[in-house]
Write a protein that binds this ligand. Structure first.
Ligand code: SF4
Length: 217
């Protein structure tokens, strides 16, 4: 029988309850101490692991402390510092352009509105959502590759795009749980519901998951 909307909402809540009980400490795994450091770390994390970003950022954050300093950075020098993050040429270019724009148009501060952040060079919708959701700005349920995969497997969204998945999750999950829900699903995707081989046999929310597209055990 087809699941009703209220049944799906209840199932989404049960999934988040189960994941939260298992991983109460789920949080963003990028290291940062200021809004600017968060923005820079999230920009660097595109197609790169958080672990790798965390290896690079201590030296980067020591060298560049303000938006104006990123804006005035020597491109080759900045590229050298972030080289191991991958796509370092375009990331360095975007960091300089974003630093300039923040210094000139935003008083050196990181905006808390998602739409404003999205206008910065190299800042897409997901990056903007991750930043605002962690800084207490525009509420968001940013969708990365893990969340997109899990939402499909768990039968919470049939959308094919991150924006579509986010829209579905925002309808299913109360706003107060968006930030935590985002983190819990990422942690679950990294630790249990992996892309190639989901560990359904040890998954704490298996009882709430139809495992769509996942081969039977
Ligand atoms: S049961 Fe399997 S597919 Fe479903 S959430 Fe758990 S690990 Fe992922």
């Amino acid at each position: 029988m087809r699941e009703t909307a209220s049944q799906k909402t209840a199932r989404a809540a049960a999934i988040l309850d189960g994941l939260e009980a298992q991983m109460p400490g789920a949080r963003i795994e990028l290291d940062f101490t200021t809004p600017l450091e968060l923005l820079v770390a999230v920009m660097l994390s595109a197609q790169c692991t958080d672990k790798r970003v965390n290896l690079v950022t201590p030296a980067l954050f020591r060298r560049y402390r303000t938006a104006a300093e990123y804006g005035a950075a020597d491109l080759a020098e900045l590229e050298g510092v972030i080289r191991t993050c991958g796509l370092y040429r375009s990331k360095a270019k975007n960091l300089v352009a974003t630093g300039k724009l923040l210094a000139e148009a935003h008083g050196g501060q990181v905006p808390l509105e998602r739409e404003v952040l999205e206008r910065l060079p190299g800042v897409g919708r997901k990056t903007a959502g991750v930043v605002t959701t962690h800084l207490g700005g525009t509420p968001a349920f940013p969708v990365d590759t893990h969340i997109q995969r899990l939402a499909g497997r768990m039968g919470l969204s049939r959308a094919k795009t991150p924006d579509g998945v986010e829209e579905d999750l925002r309808k299913l999950v109360p706003e107060a749980r968006w930030t935590k829900g985002h983190q819990l699903l990422i942690w679950h995707g990294r630790r249990t519901c992996a892309a190639r081989a989901p560990a359904c046999d040890r998954c704490v929310v298996a009882g709430h998951c139809p495992r769509k597209g996942v081969k039977a055990l």
